[in-house]
Design a protein around this ligand. Structure first.
Ligand SMILES: N[C@@H](CCC(=O)N[C@@H](CS)C(=O)NCC(=O)O)C(=O)O
Length: 223
């Protein structure tokens, strides 16, 4: 069945590599499932986009008649009945999906947005006071310490690589991108193991090629 992944038409350099279509691309590469890519404007949101994604975000997919948003829900849909989300591990993998999306990612994003506000205030608004950022960082470190203890000695969150590892590893990538994962050797090894997977490498290659093509299209438009 035809599958379309929707991502943004263009983004500046700083979020490239981090736009969450990478999670969907990664899962699709793991599954060997072909897909096409369509885009929605990153600037002014269209009615059609908001009809599919009420927050005007990406990723979204169209799988036959079904459209879906939220990267976690998309991965559960794609993984259903496959080795990435097998029926006999459904509850355990769902638990780790929630842990990644609900316990770790919001804490990492809260901190990261403040770091980005320091670096790119024109885009993210004026940065908060240093002690507010330090507080957010301390909370993130507590969660990372907890995950460090849990992941030590095991390859993946459950007994085999799953959709939960895609979301967890992608969340840890945000932390690693700011060089803040170093004090957590087990999590660092876990992340390295995840992103060494050929499916991730193909997904990232295509993700980055999308932005290169978007740059080229813009240059043609303005020429
Ligand atoms: N919880 C959502 C988050 C999606 C999200 O934050 N998407 C970003 C790109 S990574 C986006 O579309 N940003 C544009 C905007 O919010 O206007 C998911 O996991 O799908």
């Amino acid at each position: 069945m035809t599958l379309t992944l929707y991502t943004l038409d263009w983004v500046p350099d700083f979020p490239r590599g981090a736009v969450r279509d990478i999670r969907v691309r990664w899962a699709l590469e793991e599954l060997g499932r072909p897909y096409t890519v369509d885009t929605v404007p990153g600037g002014v949101k269209t009615e059609a986009h908001v009809a599919m994604q009420p927050f005007g975000q990406v990723p979204m997919i169209r799988d036959g008649e079904q459209t879906l948003f939220e990267s976690g829900a998309i991965l559960m849909h794609l993984g259903e009945g496959t080795a990435l989300f097998p029926a006999n591990k459904r509850s355990e993998i769902t638990q780790w999906m929630f842990a990644a999306l609900n316990t770790l990612e919001p804490v990492a994003m809260h901190w990261l947005l403040m770091i980005l506000a320091q670096r790119i205030p024109d885009f993210f608004g004026p940065p908060p006071a240093e002690e507010v950022i330090a507080h957010a960082r301390a909370f993130l470190m507590m969660r990372l310490d907890q995950m460090e203890t849990r992941i030590a000695g095991q390859d993946w969150l459950t007994d085999a690589f799953s959709i939960a590892d895609i979301v967890m590893a992608d969340t840890l990538r945000m932390v690693a991108s700011e060089d803040e994962l170093g004090g957590h050797p087990a999590l660092t090894a876990y992340l390295d193991r995840a992103i060494a997977r050929p499916a991730f490498e193909r997904a990232m290659r295509d993700h980055m090629a999308h932005w290169d093509a978007a740059d080229a299209a813009r240059e043609t438009e303005t020429a």
